[in-house]
Design a protein around this ligand. Structure first.
Ligand SMILES: [Zn+2]
Length: 285
């Protein structure tokens, strides 16, 4: 969407890109993003990125702005804008709980909040990351005990590296796909190292965009996704989204992505002032 001529994960002459997932790619004359988002995006696309650090004040024209870690993947950020009518915080994709390979998220106070609602209904309740992690390791260890080589299907950017790190911590080696490995190399430039990469790795890591279909998985294959078999998600579940709303304490809330309509309805039922803006391109505050 576009606010005051600034594209928030939307293409515009001046744009902000919250993170390096391709559904958030933008084009523009200048794209504000973190250094990690720039590096990771450049694996797939060009564009002039202006690097901004977390919690450093900067200006877009005469609008003051600051980035805060979003916790969704390495370099992911939300942005706070000081607008004439009040402050606005846009979350991008976000996660309340700390993941191993993403910066711990922070949420500032703001008058207006634009919040993602990918999992914005209460039926999406994820285990805490450390609980999901235990299940993942148990699945892998059981397969290994039975002499099998498990395959994990993951989003190749972000989730794959999180899973690699978890397995690394537990002393399990992985054979990642070429694309996953390329992205992991960028992660290691930012201090997130993987000591367990091996062509003969005990676990195979593949993008879930691989040709295999979901319902033909063997018992030793697993989809690691909020929508999949093992709910190790890098998105906030419904309850995490509610915590974010409570932290930001906004007067007005705008919901985007996923269950935006349902999430806005629930928020209004709880006494908030919320509106689903996913069908719209421009917002006037
Ligand atoms: Zn994302």
């Amino acid at each position: 969407m576009i606010v005051e001529e600034i594209g928030l994960d939307s293409s515009s002459r001046i744009a902000f890109q919250s993170h390096a997932h391709s559904d958030h790619f933008v084009s523009g004359k200048v794209i504000f993003a973190t250094r990690a988002t720039k590096f990771l995006s450049h694996l797939r696309k060009g564009g002039f990125y202006r690097e901004v650090g977390f919690r450093k004040k900067f200006y877009i024209g005469d609008i003051k702005a600051k980035l805060y870690p979003a916790g969704h993947m390495l370099g992911s950020a939300g942005i706070k804008l000081w607008l004439e009518n009040g402050t606005l915080f846009y979350t991008g994709d976000t996660k309340w709980f700390k993941l191993r390979t993403a910066e711990k998220s922070r949420f500032p106070r703001a008058d207006f909040l634009i919040i993602e609602a990918t999992f914005g209904v209460p039926s999406f309740t994820f285990p805490a990351p450390r609980e999901a992690e235990k299940k993942l390791v148990a699945f892998v260890e059981e397969a290994l005990d039975r002499g099998r080589r498990p395959t994990l299907y993951v989003n190749q950017m972000g989730k794959a590296q999180e899973v690699m790190k978890i397995l690394d911590v537990h002393g399990i080696t992985v054979k990642p796909s070429r694309e996953i490995l390329k992205i992991a190399k960028v992660y290691s430039k930012f201090g997130i190292k993987f000591g367990n990469i091996d062509n003969e790795g005990e676990v195979v890591l593949r993008s879930y965009r691989s040709p295999r279909v979901e319902n033909s998985l063997s018992p030793w294959e697993l989809i690691v996704s909020g929508f999949g078999g093992l709910k190790l998600s890098n998105h906030a579940d419904f309850w995490e989204l509610m915590r974010i709303v409570e932290k930001v304490k906004p007067e007005r809330i705008f919901t985007v992505y996923g269950f935006a309509r349902e999430f806005a309805r629930i928020l209004n039922g709880l006494g908030h002032n919320a509106i689903d803006i996913s069908p719209k391109q421009k917002i006037n505050l």
